[in-house]
Design a protein around this ligand. Structure first.
Ligand code: GLN
Length: 303
């Protein structure tokens, strides 16, 4: 394998040359106007180093990547009880699909589609106030990233609250099936704030070290939970493009409509990539290409 620093700077150059950026999330007004031609990549390796290229110090909206942290927090709280309310199978439908929830009688198929993440956050919220639930998720992220400089962008949270009709529909459908314990507005307020957490790729890659089981990672997640979360990232982390991500990259990954991707190369590296333009599945267009290049050039695919 060539030198990792060279590989990463080569990918950064190639992504800018190709200039095939996609379109930032249009349904969240605060994200819609972000310039698409931005790219960042950070890689934490087993020897304790972080390699970065591009805008790796620019905080971006982690959006659905927060579902990974919310899942870890909730599993830590209630363990396997969560699985009575959420499944562990991929959907083959969009992240915010409504139809599949009807087919599945109000039990979301996995914790990474919106309906499943809403139920996961609902389970965490029971018995505590929104600010406590959010503080738990943020606290976990800060511990995993070993950085206190991780914050919520209140404007992004408000922007989503004002336009979140689809998520409201999902929440009310879950309620009709008795699969919500909390008031939908209170719950969605919590969910929108969790999605509005901002991180840089440097911080996000640092946070993934626990999932990648790197030797210098802080000891904040049990191995059992890390293994299970990785399995779900592999099968469900990119919604109806999860099969293609697995085919092209061969590593567990979780995307968000902010254009971020967290990728785990077990015992080798934790990788974060950001480019805000999305493809038709709501996954970062240039980011997915970069992930495939990195996996190809490093041979880190688990297959
Ligand atoms: N906050 C976004 C939503 O609920 C998260 C979706 C995503 O990142 N795929 O629609």
């Amino acid at each position: 394998m060539a030198d990792l620093a060279e590989i990463i700077s080569g990918i950064n150059e190639r992504i800018h040359e190709e200039a095939d950026w996609g379109v930032p999330a249009q349904y969240i007004p605060e994200l819609a106007g972000i310039p698409a031609d931005q790219f960042a990549i950070s890689v934490c390796t087993a020897n304790g180093r972080t390699y970065s290229a591009g805008s790796s110090h620019v905080p971006f909206s982690i959006q659905s990547i927060s579902k990974v942290f919310a899942l870890v927090t909730t599993l830590g709280r209630i363990g396997d009880q969560l699985w009575t309310r959420v499944g562990r199978e991929p959907t083959g439908t969009a992240f915010d699909a409504i139809s599949i929830l009807e087919t599945d009688a109000g039990r979301p198929r996995n914790p990474f589609i919106n309906a499943g993440a809403i139920v996961t956050t609902d389970a965490l919220l029971s018995g505590r106030e929104p600010r406590q639930a959010i503080a738990e998720i943020l606290g976990l992220i800060r511990a995993m990233a070993e950085s206190d400089e991780v914050y919520i962008n209140a404007k992004v949270a408000r922007s989503e609250k004002e336009t979140g009709a689809r998520n409201r529909a999902l929440a009310h459908y879950l309620l009709s099936h008795d699969n919500l314990d909390n008031d939908p507005e209170k719950l969605l307020g919590t969910y929108f704030h969790q999605c509005a957490i901002e991180m840089t790729t440097d911080q996000l890659a640092m946070s993934g070290r626990c999932l990648a089981d790197l030797p210098n990672a802080p000891n904040v997640i049990s191995r059992t939970h890390a293994r299970r979360v990785n399995a779900l990232m592999m099968s469900c982390g990119h919604y109806d493009a999860s099969g293609e991500f697995s085919y092209q990259v061969g590593l567990p990954g979780k995307s968000g409509v902010g254009g971020g991707i967290l990728i785990v190369a077990p015992r080798k590296a934790s990788i974060a990539i950001w480019s805000p333009g999305l493809d038709g599945y709501g996954n970062s267009k240039a980011g997915t290409r970069a992930a495939a290049m990195l996996s190809h050039q490093t041979g880190w695919s688990v297959f």
